[in-house]
Design a protein around this ligand. Sequence first.
Ligand code: NAD
Length: 303
Amino acid sequence: MLKILITDPLHESAIEILKEAGEVEIATGISIEEIKQKIKDADALVVRSGTTVTKEIIDASENLKVIARAGVGVDNVDLDAATEKGVVVVNAPDASSISVAELMFGLMLSAARNIPQATASLKKGEWDRKSFKGMEVYAKTLGIVGLGRIGQQVAKRAQAFEMNIVAYDPYIPENVASELGIKLLSVDELCAESEFITLHVPLTTKTKHMIGKTQFDLMKNNTIIINCARGGLIDENALYDAINCGKVKAAGLDVFEEEPPTKNPLISLNGLIGTPHQGASTEEAQLSAGTIVAEQTVKILKG
Ligand code: NAD
């Protein structure tokens, strides 16, 4: 009987699919030592973002054939160690694109209309309509940094709001942008032209701090910036200064350089609204990510 070890909470439908391939053991919230024990005779390991699959864990396995990451990024899996051991790594890159794109609009509209601040005021028993005057997104320029899966979902939805869309993505063919009615610019031009900026690129050595002091200085006053991609794309010290000096009216962040951002001074700023890295936290995205990787896992295990 094949053994499938699950170490992070997984959608029930995905667990049912995995049961077709063998005996499923669910052990969430366990220590590295316990994972090393349990993985010894496992044929597959299924994780989300909670488990960091290190070389130490991979090397402790004797039968492992698949590591399944029920989600997009595989930054929590040591890919070199897996390759070295001949273990296949599968993920679900498309599963959460719509959920992340929708969260971006949640943050953008919340920032434009001061919804979190107005809600907090209302809950204190106040009825203050003057302090929360906002701005429309209609006919404003939205700068999309990274026109991949999520960036394109954002673009389609921004068109319904009748926004003017520009993008920076040096790797996307010109025709992909033009077919979507999007003008491609350099990142600096995008920063100078946009009222709203949203980031949808991976975090790499090239993209780390790609939005820093130079880019904030180029922005119009009262720009709104959203990051639902990865902490580290924005230089948070520069963002702190940009909010304080009025270049940035508000930032909507789902991701932070350090998570959770307990000691992050940005959190205390009124212009900062945020969510705890919950871009993919929807019923639909988790169902989709879970079932996609479960099906791939069963296929590989059954040969
Ligand atoms: P994708 O690979 O489909 O798109 C990324 C795009 O970025 C590509 O078009 C690529 O050409 C472009 N790109 C790469 N390097 C670049 C650079 N140096 N400058 C400009 N553009 C560059 O990825 P995706 O699925 O759209 O995901 C985008 C981001 O969203 C990733 O960082 C991913 O980790 C993140 N994400 C976050 C959550 C969340 O919970 N908040 C969930 C899913 C994905």
